[in-house]
Design a binder for this molecule. Structure first.
Ligand code: C5P
Length: 236
């Protein structure tokens, strides 16, 4: 039987850095709400069985009754409320997934340029390693700097990668990692960190510099530029 693969899409941030009246995931990019771009890619990915969308409590109804039907997002099986931190929102999503789920793919709703290839490759690497993330090698030289603005160290660029999403995990691994993180009071900015700290392997799949996270107003302008330069992918 084919693996049951669930996408958990955290979209429950408040978007304070964007400075707009609505959370950034609902701002439009190319005339479509930002979160719809990545949801449509997961919808089109044949290996994705189901999508769990995690949004602010106040937006659950809007997403269920407007966004999901308006954009024909048939794989969205649940729209659930997030928590105060991203990691709380992801945990809500993972717990909402059926326990028979084999692999969970976590993807930030504010990364609209995820591709079918990234989804396929990160899932394939997870089948082999138990966990895998999309990331990009560092092009710049990175310095560790102290509180006085003085360089303490230059890091070896060959070993440095910038983590993106999607990040995929065997469901049992991700659940255990989140529960242990909770128990230990850890704040994690991505899910892979919670798995790494259990001493488990997390593989890397090369992402794309287009796979930006829309966090600040200028990112929306960059997003519009990327959108106009994109050619459609074929389904996988
Ligand atoms: O800005 P940040 O890196 O925290 O956001 C990454 C993703 O996590 C966004 O899609 C955002 O909506 C989501 N998030 C969430 N719940 C939170 C905070 C962020 O689902 N409490």
């Amino acid at each position: 039987m084919a693996d049951w693969i669930v996408a958990v899409v955290p979209a429950a941030g408040r978007g304070v850095r964007m400075g707009a009246g609505v959370p950034k995931q609902f701002l439009t990019l190319g005339g479509v709400p930002l979160l719809v771009h990545s949801l449509q890619t997961f919808e089109a990915a044949h290996i994705i069985s189901e999508i769990i969308l995690v949004v602010p409590q106040d937006d659950c109804q809007y997403c269920r009754e407007d966004i999901v039907p308006s954009y024909g997002l048939k794989k969205v099986s649940q729209v659930i409320a997030g928590g105060p931190r991203r990691q709380d929102s992801v945990l809500n999503g993972v717990q909402a997934a059926n326990s028979a789920t084999d692999i969970v793919v976590v993807h930030d709703a504010v990364r609209p340029f995820v591709t079918l290839k990234m989804i396929t490759q990160v899932v394939e690497a997870t089948r082999n390693h138990g966990a895998a993330i999309v990331a990009m090698p560092m092009r710049d030289t990175v310095k560790r700097v102290n509180g006085e603005g003085i360089i303490k160290e230059t890091l070896n660029r060959e070993e440095l990668w910038l983590a993106q999403t999607p990040q995929a995990f065997r469901r049992d691994v991700l659940l255990r990692a989140h529960q242990q993180g909770e128990a230990d009071g850890v704040d994690a900015t991505d899910d892979a960190f919670l798995v790494e700290r259990l001493g488990l392997t997390v593989a890397i799949v090369q992402g794309s510099s287009d796979n930006i996270k829309v966090t600040r107003p200028e990112d929306l302008h960059m997003g519009e530029a990327i959108l106009t330069s994109k050619t459609p992918e074929t389904c996988s």
